[in-house]
Write a protein that binds this ligand. Structure first.
Ligand code: NAP
Length: 306
């Protein structure tokens, strides 16, 4: 079993900021990531609300710099899934998918969120065959094609604007008659001539043979169903916390987000949570990074008291 001062689960802005701060405090730090270093921000095209970022900065470029800074400060990054966290007499043990376990004095959970699925027929079958959850990743496959974007939040509308660089037509389908997205993001999308809206429609199914060819929609007021011919469906129905494996060791809210105090301390001693996975009023890269710095600071205080 390898021993560290701090084990950080998740290498998004929260985890990488925490790693930068713990490493700069000379704490032996490992960051464990199971998918892509950088987290969800790497699927964002242009990031224009991170203070100090260069004009035209992409989510990927910001995340890459965060990774470099954490590693330059001395943090290790390991590719593996955390399977569980358990309190032992001499510390906290994180069991990893690669067979090797980590013993640490503190654990910072920064595992972020995952895409919420619609749960309609065809969604899983056509994933990668016309169904996507990432415009930055897949927009290039839909040049001069018609696509539907599902959702009325900031992500849906921003991604629709990005898709408009590639697709010939984008129909935003939203389940209510009012958008959730902010006024500025909504205005930007509604001014794009390639983008139209179908408001107050529920998606009933995603259809096709080998690939998506249409979606079936039902109007919430009239109950009338209609089929919309599309080549692709981009789903942006919000996020769910990656907190399943922690449910038995830390308190969570009714949606599964981890509850912390203002110092990022969870209900379990030595275990902190930071970023999108915790119950917080704002989920942005800047708040995630700030959470990571606070969690690192509190972890350092705890370790120095041991
Ligand atoms: P979100 O704000 O939770 O929006 C999710 C959207 O999906 C909502 O419009 C929701 O409808 C819809 N939805 C949820 N479940 C659905 C279902 N089963 N069927 C159909 N539609 C469904 O999520 P988000 O857009 O990913 O944004 C997450 C956070 O990141 C927000 O705080 C947002 O402000 C922030 N963000 C900010 C920016 C920016 O540039 N400032 C960019 C991206 C994201 P309802 O509206 O009816 O609930």
């Amino acid at each position: 079993m390898k021993e560290y001062d701090v084990a950080i689960l998740g290498a998004g802005p929260a985890g990488l900021a925490a790693a930068l701060y713990t490493s700069r405090s000379l704490l032996k730090t490992i960051v464990i990531e199971h998918e892509a270093v950088g987290g969800l921000i790497i699927t964002t095209d242009i990031v224009d609300n991170y203070p100090g970022a260069e004009v035209g900065s992409t989510g990927y470029s910001i995340a890459e710099r965060m990774r470099e800074q954490a590693q330059e400060a001395g943090a290790e990054i390991a590719m593996a899934s955390a399977k569980s966290v358990q309190a032992l007499e001499n510390g906290l043990m994180t069991a990893l998918s690669i067979g090797e376990d980590i013993l640490s004095k503190a654990v910072i959970i920064a595992t972020g969120t995952k895409h919420r699925m619609l749960g309609v027929p065809g969604e899983t079958d056509f994933r990668g065959k016309g169904v996507s959850y990432c415009a930055t990743c897949d927009a290039g496959f839909f040049k001069n094609k018609k696509v539907a974007v599902i959702g009325g939040g900031d992500t849906a509308l921003k991604e629709a604007v990005y898709l408009a660089k590639f697709a010939s037509e984008i129909v935003i389908v939203h389940r209510r008659d009012a958008l959730r997205a902010s006024v500025s993001v909504s205005k930007h999308a509604s001014q794009n001539p390639k983008i139209s809206f179908m408001m107050d429609y529920a998606v009933k199914s995603i259809n096709g043979d080998s690939r998506v060819s249409s979606i079936t929609l039902e109007h919430n007021q009239t109950g009338i169903a209609e089929e919309l011919a599309v080549d692709g469906v981009f789903i942006f129905a919000g996020q769910q916390p990656n907190s399943d494996i922690f449910q038995d060791i830390v308190d969570t809210d009714e949606s599964g987000y981890i509850i912390t105090d203002e110092k990022m301390q969870t209900s379990a001693s030595g275990i902190f949570a930071a970023g999108d996975v915790r119950a917080t009023p704002l989920r942005q890269a800047i708040t995630a990074a700030a959470d990571g710095a606070i969690a690192a600071y509190t972890a350092e205080q705890l370790i120095s008291d041991i």
